[in-house]
Design a protein around this ligand. Structure first.
Ligand code: NAP
Length: 286
């Protein structure tokens, strides 16, 4: 079987177009665009690139940006003061603190300082807890994007055997919970899982987020599975590649997402989605 492609880039464009309309409706009702504060500390080139592409997408979707680029020498106290300012600014509906933060700053303390009502990344323990109890408010962007990608195939998640590879707090765990909420039967795998290929072969939905280039090979994939690849790795030649060995796996899967052009653009689109949703909530439009 040659798999059909889940085109994250095209899906993200559709989301941005919908959000542009919704942002215009928020502006018409409140006189304010949905607003996102972006906070970047230090000069990591990859982080600068990520924030720039997020801001560009915001622009296209009619979202106001309050951009903060802070030097690496910024203290934790200074950063917390800025977050507090954004927490109470009525123009701001989402706050993005770009990770990683410099080593002298405790990311956990910083992420918990973001108001749960403006937690566009969905990383605050309150929002994580809401997801665990099955009543999510802000959902983490990458797993939310993966769910939208599965839904775009038209295949129902309900009753499916889903295997999530990876158990990080930002991808694997929240993704497993989102699948469970949609009535999949979910297995979470990690580095201590025994006979991983056999577990993966049970999956009708195989969601991979481990950060190991081309780790998932065709022998680990069930015929007809939907395979979503979250991984972003560099090949020895410096090219971007996923956790899935794309060519051979696409001969067995029914649907597969590529890297690049898969989960990455959808992650950004979901950040915008969370921001606009937050603005609509604040405006009593939800
Ligand atoms: P992470 O925090 O490093 O977690 C990796 C997970 O994979 C861990 O749970 C680890 O198990 C598991 N793992 C590692 N090696 C394994 C193996 N050989 N067999 C089974 N499980 C194994 O990574 P992450 O933050 O979730 O990110 C995962 C990948 O997704 C990375 O490539 C990252 O760059 C990418 N990513 C992409 C986006 C996007 O927007 N496209 C967003 C986020 C992340 P243990 O828990 O046992 O250590």
């Amino acid at each position: 079987m040659a798999a059909r492609l889940i085109d994250g880039k095209a899906l993200a464009l559709q989301v941005r177009e919908r959000l542009a309309t919704e942002s215009a409706a928020v502006l018409a009702k409140t006189g304010m665009k949905p607003g996102l504060a972006t906070i970047l500390v230090g000069d990591d080139p990859a982080s600068h690139l990520y924030v720039k592409s997020k801001q560009k997408a915001c622009d296209a979707a009619g979202i106001y940006i309050d951009d903060h680029k802070l030097p690496a020498s910024t203290t934790q106290t200074e950063l917390l003061a800025l977050i507090e300012k954004e927490n109470v600014d009525p123009r701001i509906h989402g706050i993005l603190v770009q990770l990683p933060l410099p080593k002298h700053i405790d990311s956990k303390v910083v992420l918990e300082a973001v108001s749960p009502n403006k937690d566009a990344d969905g990383f605050h323990p309150y929002n994580f807890g809401r997801l665990v109890e099955g009543h999510p408010v802000f959902e983490a962007c990458t797993p939310k994007g993966v769910i939208k990608m599965i839904e775009s195939t038209g295949v129902s998640i309900e009753g499916k055997r889903a295997v999530v590879l990876g158990r990080s707090n930002i991808v694997g765990k929240p993704l497993a919970l989102m699948l469970l909420q949609r009535h999949a039967t979910v297995t979470i795998c990690h580095s201590k899982t025994k006979d991983l290929p056999a577990v993966c072969r049970e999956a009708e939905l195989l969601l991979v987020a481990i950060g190991k280039a081309k780790f998932v090979t065709a022998d680990m994939v069930r015929e007809g599975a939907i395979v979503i690849d979250v991984g972003t790795n560099k090949t020895p030649e410096g090219k971007l590649c996923g956790d899935v060995d794309f060519e051979p796996v696409s001969q067995k899967a029914s649907w597969i997402s590529p890297v690049p052009g898969g989960v990455g653009p959808m992650t950004i689109a979901m950040l915008l989605d969370n921001t606009v949703e937050s603005a609509k909530r604040a405006a009593g439009m939800l």
